[in-house]
Structures are given as C-alpha cells and as structure tokens.
Write a protein that binds this ligand. Sequence first.
Ligand code: FES
Ligand code: FES
Length: 220
Amino acid sequence: MADRHDEARPDESTHSEIKPGTRFTRRGFLKGAGAGAVTAAVAPAILVSEAGTAAAQETEGVMSATISLDVNGSTHNALVEARTTLADALRDRLEITGPKVVCDKGECGACTVELDGKLVFSCMTLAMDAQGRKIETVEGMADGDSLHPLQEAFVEKDALMCGFCTPGFLMSSKSLLDANDNPTPEEVREGLSGNICRCGTYPHVFEAVMSAAEKMRKGG
Ligand code: FES
Ligand code: FES
C-alpha cells in the first residue's frame, strides 16, 4: 500500500504531474497550475454570490471571487483570490483551523483533508478547485461530544506531543481504516507515510491506529 495521498491525489491537471518523491515549491505549483486553471475557473458561473449572481471581480490585477465550499456537511461562502489555497481558505476565511499549515509545500501532511473521500494536501489544492466537492476536516470526525475511536485512541496511547501533525495523522488514519478495517502494522506505517511528525510520536501513532481498528471491528 502506498502513501494514501499519492494514490488518492485528485487527477485534475493541476495535480496530475505530482509524483511521489517530487520536490516542488508552492510558488511554482501555483504559477503553473493557477494561472491557466484559474482563468478558466473564475469566468464560468460556478462562482456565485449569496445573491446568486456571478461574483468574480478583479482588483488591482488580482482575480477574486466568492465561492461556496461544502465543509463537513455545511455550506460556507468565502471570498478568495484565484491563488488562495484550500488550506488558507479553510483557516483564514472560514476559521476552520483543524488543517495545519506547517511546510506549506506538500511535504508534511499536516494540512491533510478529504476531498470527495480522497486525501489531499490542502496547501497544494486551490480553494476554487474544491467547489462542489465534499470537504472533510478533522472537525468532522467527532459525533457531537463523542470522539471518533481514532481520536480516543490517540489520547489513550499518548500519540501526540505538540499536536501540529495530529489532525493530518487523524485524517490519514481515518482514510486508511475506511478502506481497510484490519490493517497490519506494516500497512499502517505505509498508509501514514505521507505524514511527518517532528516530535517523533510515530510508535504511539501506529499503536493508536491498531488499537482503534480493533475497537472499531468490535463495534466500539
Ligand atoms: S502544510 Fe500541506 S503538506 Fe505540509
Ligand atoms: S506531535 Fe509534534 S509534530 Fe507530531
């Protein structure tokens, strides 16, 4: 099993050239992906204001628009620029701060969210590309006051220190268990290989995922 971000990365032209192990800068990515894609994306009627009218506008050469994002089952409108990443739209416009921006260039996994059920690095995804798609963040894992079994296991197994990587690990772990409810330790390690923990909590994270998987299989 490969890094789940790699196998699940969206196949739009803006992402299709990203290969495992490829190093790139966000500036370069957005320069290549954003300019053309945004020109095409902004003009159509997919950009709709609260009043239902096209909302694209250009201010001092920077194209911006009000877009609608479906996050954890709720619809949010946000005014974003063409270059705004999904991570920045979530955190800065919508105050949904579960996804963390650490490396900001698709290397650490702290910004991981699900887009239509597939893992993506939200720092490498344009907000405008997320319109009309279902976005799931770590905020959507708990059921009211009841934590998801993975969240409970991370607490029980002491699987975090500073916590910056934790939302990303939780999203990747959830995706892993959604696809395979009885992973081997090796499959857990490989499934989480797109996430980096600078505090070195890996053994505890892997133990937490195995524990949660067992609990979930028993209906917990
Ligand atoms: S902040 Fe997105 S991968 Fe590191
Ligand atoms: S707990 Fe600090 S980076 Fe993972």
